[in-house]
Design a protein around this ligand. Sequence first.
Ligand code: KIV
Length: 268
Amino acid sequence: MNVSPTVRPVTVPEFCAAKSQGRKLVVVTAYDYTSAYWCDAAGVDALLVGDSLGMVVQGHAHALPVTLNQILYHTRCVQRGTRHALIIADLPFLTYQVSTAQAVRSAGKLLKYGGAHAIKLEGGVRMAATIQACVRAGIPIMGHIGLTPQAVHQLGGFRVQRNREQLLADAHAVVQAGAFALVLESIPADLAAEITAAVPIPTIGIGAGPHCDGQVLVFHDLLGLYPNFQPKFVKRYAELGTLIKNAIETFCQDVRSGTFPTAQHSYL
Ligand code: KIV
């Protein structure tokens, strides 16, 4: 990898300071070396090894089947492709909800063996003690409130969350517990703006309008790679799925017609 000696990782305090500096934060999910390499080269502030990999990498309908060892594996791959971005790893379902001790162990494993710099977990008021226990252990925590996909069955589907009192209470609980940043997922834009103004830590929106301190998108959604549903909040910056299909079709034609390989691609 061609790396400038001046490149150094974004730190958690630098990530937090972006809010007071009025600098918008950019976060993209990444699950492997190559996606991490290109996102990092493009200058994102953070890479999230999200449990969304259960859908876009593994093909499940939701993220519930993802395991801690799978997140660990993908975090290691991402870590090898990253020089600059802060690496945040997601705690998957049932690896932190059982007890605070379980949460500290799971989160610590991703830092200790995966090379993550920080951990994300879902839940507000109900997860405050868990966030606090991790932070006390020296593990930086990013909160996640609003549509929390691990609670998809409890929420009755992937729905916009509009309970203002609950969401404000959740945001304040996450801040009080010591989290350094907060993902706001599928929340009306004006409510996300109110939460963003009310908390001292950066809010990172996904389906939460333009007033958050930063934005996160899933790599496959952003690049037009995911063949299934596309939520309203996704903007596709490329149609790589179509490009890939066209390229592979051309390869099929070349092989079947005998136009590949030529002498140029052969050892003589
Ligand atoms: O798992 C994930 O990718 C996430 C983001 C969508 C915030 O949690």
